[in-house]
Ligand binder design. Sequence first.
Ligand SMILES: Nc1ncnc2c1ncn2[C@@H]1O[C@H](COP(=O)(O)OP(=O)(O)O)[C@@H](O)[C@H]1O
Ligand SMILES: [Mg+2]
Length: 317
Amino acid sequence: MAEAKQPESVAEVREGLAEAGYLADESSALVSFLAQRLGKPVLVEGPAGVGKTELAKALSRDTGRKLIRLQCYEGLDEAKALYEWNYRKQLLRIQAEATGDHASPGREAEAEASSWESTRGDIFSEDFLFTRPLLEAISATEPVVLLIDEIDKTDQEFEAMLLEVLSDFQISIPELGVIEARTRPLVLLTSNNSRELTEALKRRCLYLWLDYPSVERELEIVRLHTPDLDESLARRMVEVVHMVRQLDLKKPPSIAESIDWARTLLLIGADDIDRETFEQSMSIIVKHRSDIDLVAERVAVKLGDMTPPPAGQTSSG
Ligand SMILES: Nc1ncnc2c1ncn2[C@@H]1O[C@H](COP(=O)(O)OP(=O)(O)O)[C@@H](O)[C@H]1O
Ligand SMILES: [Mg+2]
């Protein structure tokens, strides 16, 4: 197996991720370090929009490994995840052979049989194979990051197949033989927790629970994505987002929504989040009818009661 460069410490991983635009907390950095050192897959669970997918992308950017992504969905099967024979191309090849045969009439049965054997060998070769993400990751010659995104959308049958691939790092194709991994992929599986994953899968993986970040961390992330937004406004925005998250909403705003809101505030030239600004732009962070009503009732009212801080004052000083 070709060896990938290994990180020396958790701090090194954390710095590398930061350079790749991802602000990892202690546990994300630790798990990312261990995944590389132990060669184990990582299962990242947590609500939508907290940076699960981005962690895999950032690891790919940081390590220089190519990112191979398998986006899961209901009904995803082996043909779309592992490989599939290109029947159309195979058929065309067989037809071409058959027409070629007509051109030489009087061929012996024996010769015909051997010609079929060779056609058969041809059409079940790699040229006639659609390589899907799992096979692509296993057969890669350079180390890769394999992102199996939103695994909770598939069924348990698919999980079982995946377990086999992840335990042996090999894929068996009956017509071709066994394809073994030449380098060990760095594997991240993500789940939005819509269903409980099997114990067998969890046992095989390192586990990372990603949750909504603290105000300070979220502020850092928002500032990274919208450096032009005034710092005190950004802080106020993140505080309001945290206030909204306290409510019992169907879909609490995630980091993705905080970033969108920050960009919105920048675009509309807001200099404070007063009640009016909030009501104008809250649909960026709350996206369910019933949530909107609740937030309007609880948060907007509160903002109306607050007096804005004096202009130009930052809360960081
Ligand atoms: N720690 C972080 N550092 C930098 N950006 C982050 C971080 N966490 C989340 N983000 C940003 O938040 C957004 C949502 O992240 P994403 O990975 O798509 O969420 P998930 O996969 O958990 O639904 C992305 O734009 C991502 O860049
Ligand atoms: Mg995602």
